[in-house]
Design a protein around this ligand. Structure first.
Ligand code: C2E
Ligand code: MG
Ligand code: MG
Ligand code: MG
Length: 281
């Protein structure tokens, strides 16, 4: 009886694995169709200068309007697109769309436009030998200088060196700036900050979440602003949801932040100057 029970458990487990493998395969096939049908959009989230509350930059984030399932989170489909290689085509769509969008804001808004556009790039894209050329071509076609673009990569994507690091070095040499995204959550190594040309550290939301929990939980956020300043990097705090967090980050010396408190990702951000109160914690 015990053997039978164990056997049936094993079967259930296997069935679940099959089901998730099937689901990923289905999602992968749907991605292909949606790329052809134009079901992807890009939304933009402000990155704010804490002292002036100016919208310093925007991060481009991809959105999939699945024909049947509706909204599917990038957290669920980006890994699938990385596995089947479609991230290369999808990533190029995001890069082209957001660079054109940014060039349009500059034309329309002049000095009120954000200073740069931040675009997420996967390891899989960095390993494409043509990637730096594709980026250069997109910038040229939009009439943008390389410094208008910030490429966000994760520590994990650069872990172990290789082609991805080489691509980052090539991009950086052309003047494109580099951010380490979700800093502190991946294969973290402070050594990476010395061996890879990094301009911006994006301090992950999980650390920002802890700062108002009390009991000295701000230790990492506090340490990372010192590391950033010491190395001449810009630090951006991610996932700021409350005025209290914003005020505390400012107190710690953070100059830039991003999060729902300042603005959610939207198709058309409103760059009108506003008075955001961050001092009232
Ligand atoms: P990320 O690059 O770290 O982007 C920040 C994520 O946090 C976004 O989720 C954003 O909507 C969310 N966020 C921002 N502020 C807050 C906040 O105050 N509270 C909360 N709860 N969330 C906040 P999103 O758009 O779902 O994207 C998730 C991840 O998917 C991104 O994390 C990035 O790793 C990946 N991703 C999104 N778009 C792209 C893309 O075009 N290319 C690649 N390669 N990856 C992408
Ligand atoms: Mg990002
Ligand atoms: Mg991030
Ligand atoms: Mg993050």
């Amino acid at each position: 009886y015990a053997a039978k029970a164990a056997g049936s458990q094993l079967m259930i487990y296997t069935a679940e694995l099959d089901e998730s493998a099937d689901a990923a395969a289905q999602l992968g096939a749907d991605l292909r169709h949606s790329l052809d049908d134009g079901d992807f959009r890009v939304v933009y989230q402000p990155i704010v200068e804490l002292t002036t509350t100016r919208f310093e930059a925007v991060e481009a984030l991809v959105r999939w309007h699945h024909p049947v399932r509706g909204f599917v989170s990038p957290v669920d489909f980006i890994p699938v697109a990385e596995d089947n290689g479609l991230i290369v085509e999808l990533g190029e769509f995001v890069m082209r769309t957001s660079c054109h969008k940014f060039a349009g804001w500059r034309r329309d808004l002049g000095a009120a436009a954000p200073s740069y556009i931040s675009v997420n790039v996967s390891a899989r894209q960095l390993r494409e030998p043509e990637f730096p050329d594709v980026v250069a071509a997109i910038l040229a076609e939009c009439g943008l200088e390389p410094a208008a673009l910030l490429v966000e990569v994760t520590e994990t994507a650069l872990f172990g060196g290789g082609t991805a690091v080489h691509a980052v070095e090539t991009l950086h040499r052309t003047g494109v700036r580099i951010a380490l995204d979700d800093f502190g959550t991946g294969h973290s190594s402070l050594g990476l900050l010395r061996t890879v040309p990094v301009d911006v550290l994006k301090v992950d939301k999980s650390f920002v979440d802890e700062i108002t929990e009390g009991g000295g939980r701000a230790v990492i956020v506090d340490a990372l602003i010192h590391v950033s300043k010491g190395l001449g990097l810009r630090a951006v705090a991610e996932g700021v949801e409350t005025a209290e967090q914003a005020a505390y980050l400012r107190e710690l010396g953070y100059e830039y932040a991003q999060g729902y408190f300042f603005g959610k990702p939207v198709p058309e951000p409103d760059f009108t100057p506003r008075a955001l109160v961050v001092d009232q914690a």
